[in-house]
Structures are given as C-alpha cells and as structure tokens.
Design a protein around this ligand. Structure first.
Ligand SMILES: N[C@@H](CCC(=O)N[C@@H](CS)C(=O)NCC(=O)O)C(=O)O
Length: 233
C-alpha cells in the first residue's frame, strides 16, 4: 500500500474542518493526525516547526519533500493547485474565488471566532464583556447578510460549482448557533446551507477527528457548552 502524500494535522473546529472537507469531497487519500488541544499538542516544538502560529490545521506534503503549509486558506489554495480541484483556471473566476476566500479568512472567521470566544469562553468563565459580544455578533450578522446577498440567484459563492471559497466559508457560517448569530431572514444563505448539508462526503468530513454536533446546534448543546467553557478555566 502506498503512503498518501498529504498528512493533515487537525481538530474538530471550524478551521480544522476546511481541509477535511476538501480531501473528502475530492476523495483524496490522506493521513490524519488529530491534534489534542487539551495536551497542548499544537504548541509542541515539533509541531511549531510545521506551523509557527501553533494552531491547526497544518498539512505536510510528502510528495513535495515534506513541504509544510499552515493557515487554512493557504492550505485550501495549495490543495486546489496540487489536485486541480475547486479553483477555476479562468483568471476572473479564480480571482473571485480568492476574493471570497479572503473574505472568509479576514472577516467571517475572525468575527465569528470572537463572537464565540466572548460568549462561549469568557462569559461562562466570569468575564462577560457586553460591548465585545454586541460588536462581534453584530458584525458577524452583517457579514452573513453579505453572503446572503451574494448567494441570491446563485448556488455557489463563485461560478457554477463548489469552490474553495464555499469550503472555507461553510464550517464557519454553518456554526452560527455556536456564535449565537441569527440567520433569520437570510433565505439564500439557508438554501446554501441545505445544499451543502446534503453532501454526504462533506458531512463525513465534519465527523472528524471526532463528531462535534454542538457546533451546529445539535445534540446536548448545553452540556457541550459547559464542557467547552470548563476546558478554558
Ligand atoms: N488563521 C488560522 C487560524 C487557526 C486557528 O485559530 N485554529 C484554532 C482552531 S479553529 C486553534 O488551533 N486553536 C488552538 C489554540 O489557539 O491554541 C487558520 O485559518 O488556519
């Protein structure tokens, strides 16, 4: 049996799911290395040599002299070029895809991430900052409205097929429950969720490295929230 080129270091988080979705949807064989935040594996010296930011995800490409890539957007871009999937060759469509990828990396991710932090970690641990919660929830909602407007009359963020822009954006936007951001009145966004929710390989990827239904408002979300907050005490 040949060893797969790609080794993926990841965890079951919004950024961590992105390369999993790519690899499963493209049906590419890879080696999964789950990173345990509880053991601070993302801060271990060997891992920091691959990802100086000490976060997940990271890939190592054995097919390219063990070349390491960190930052989830750069990982998706690298995989898109290596496997010629989910990124158009047409210069304008390619640029549009990268624009929406950057919109996720610079907007949706950081804003929803902070909305999650202040509500799911700071607040239950006794440090409630209403100004920050309002700021990040309001900005997250505004960004989801931008997505909703973009998706009017189209199935995908760019072109007529799923791209790395959709792959990057879906795990974040779809975690609106965990960020406590409403998607009421955003029918185009909800239709896009439905479309991707119905893709079996995407849903298979979201079960890895282990299932986390609470991110999407499923299962015992209260217990999951309490357990999550306790990890940061
Ligand atoms: N901009 C980075 C962000 C990565 C990031 O924040 N990863 C989080 C999980 S979603 C993480 O590793 N957290 C663990 C930690 O902060 O130590 C990317 O997109 O890859």
């Amino acid at each position: 049996m040949t060893r797969p080129d790609i080794v993926l270091y990841t965890a079951n988080t919004m950024n961590g799911w992105k390369p999993l979705i790519f690899l499963h949807e493209a049906q590419i064989d890879y080696e999964l290395v789950p990173i345990d935040f509880g053991k601070k594996e993302q801060k271990a010296p060997d891992y920091l040599r691959l990802n100086p930011n000490g976060r997940i995800p990271t890939i190592v490409d054995r097919g390219a002299d063990d070349f390491a890539v960190f930052e989830s957007g750069a990982i998706l871009w690298y995989l898109a070029e290596k496997y010629d999937r989910f990124l158009s060759h047409d210069p304008k469509e390619r640029s549009e895809t990268l624009q929406w990828l950057m919109f996720q990396m610079g907007g949706i991710g950081p804003m929803m991430g902070q909305a999650m932090f202040f509500q799911r970690i700071a607040k239950p641990n006794g440090d409630e900052v209403p100004y920050a919660i309002d700021r990040y929830v309001t900005e997250s909602r505004r960004l989801l409205e931008v997505l909703d407007t973009r998706l009017a009359g189209r199935e995908w963020l760019v072109g007529d097929a799923m791209s790395i822009a959709d792959i990057a954006t879906y795990p974040w936007a779809r975690s609106y429950f965990w960020a406590t951001v409403s998607v009421d009145g955003l029918p185009n966004l909800q239709a896009w969720f439905d479309r991707i929710d119905a893709m079996p390989r995407v849903q298979e990827a979201l079960q890895l490295p282990e299932p986390r239904p609470s991110a999407f408002g499923k299962g015992d979300t209260e217990a999951a929230a309490a357990e999550n907050a306790a990890r940061f005490r």
